[in-house]
Design a binder for this molecule. Sequence first.
Ligand code: CP
Length: 318
Amino acid sequence: MDSSKRPAPPANWRARNLVSIDDFSDSEIAYVLALADYYAPFVKNGARPDQRLAGKTQINLFYESSTRTNLSFELAGKKLGADVINVPVAASSVNKGESVLDTAQTLAAMGAAVMILRHNEPRIHEMLAEHIPCPIINAGDGAREHPTQALLDAAAIRSALGKIEGLVIVICGDIRHSRVAGSDARLFRRLGAEVRFVGPKALAPDDAALAGFPHFDSLKEGLSGADIVMALRMQFERMGEAGKAAAQGYFESFGLTHKTLKFAQPNAFVMHPGPMNRGVEIDGALADDPARSLILRQVFYGVPTRMACLDALLTGGK
Ligand code: CP
C-alpha cells in the first residue's frame, strides 16, 4: 500500500471507545495501522498534518506513572491540532478524595472530546464509558490491557519486517502481571502470527483469556524459530512473594542477551515495551544494538499510532 496517501476508512466505523484491543474489528485495526503508516513520515520529518482535531479537547488522565504513553498521546493530540490537557493527578482534587467517576464527569463537563485514562483498577474504563459522553482510550489498566501498546508494537514490526502474518512472535517474562502481554498476543494472533509465551511457571498467565497460547519454561525451546522476541518488564510492584521469588535469578535462566537470542532465527529482533530493567530481563548491549533491537522503533511508532487512534475514534476517518 502507498502510505503517502491517507487510507480510506472502513465503510462503517463502529468502535466508540478503545478499552480492549477486541473493541476494534479487523477492518478497524487494518485502517488504524494504515493510518499510523500514513502519519509516521509527518512525525519523522516534523511536517504538519491536517489539523483534524482542531477545536477538540483531549484529556490525559494518568493515575499511574508513564513516560512513553502519556507523552506520546500528548504529542499525538498536539500534532493533530487538539487542545491537550494533562491532568496533574497528584495535585488535583483526587488528593481530596474525589472519585474517578466524579473526576471524569467533571472533565467531561468542561467539554472533553476524548479521555485517555491510565488506572490500576481493571474494568474501571468500562464503568466510566457508561457514564461519560466522550470516547475513552485505555492507556493501561492494571495487569489487563494496553491496547494502544499492542497497535504500536504491530506498527513497529510491520515497518521492520513488512508483515506480521506468518511470523513467530515470542513474549518473554512476567506475563502474569503484564497488561501488554494479553493485548499484544491477541492482536498478533488476529494478524496471523504464531504467538508463544516463555518464562517461569510462577509468572505464567492466570487469565483464562490467555489459556490458548502455549507457554514454555525453557528459553531455548520457546525461542526456537522465533522472528521476534519481546521481553517484558518484571512488574515487581504487582507481584506477590511467589512472583518475587521467581524473579530471583531470572536473568540467568531467561534474560535476553546476544547469546540467548541465538536460540531464535538468525536475524531475529528483540522488542521491549519499556521501561526496561537492564540486566534483569534484557542485557543493555542487546537492547542498544540497532541491528537487533526494535525498542526505539516501538517508541517512535507510539506517536503516529496514537495519532491514528485519536483520528479514527474522533472522526471515524471521515
Ligand atoms: N510502555 C509503556 O506503557 O510505557 P510507559 O509506562 O512509560 O507509558
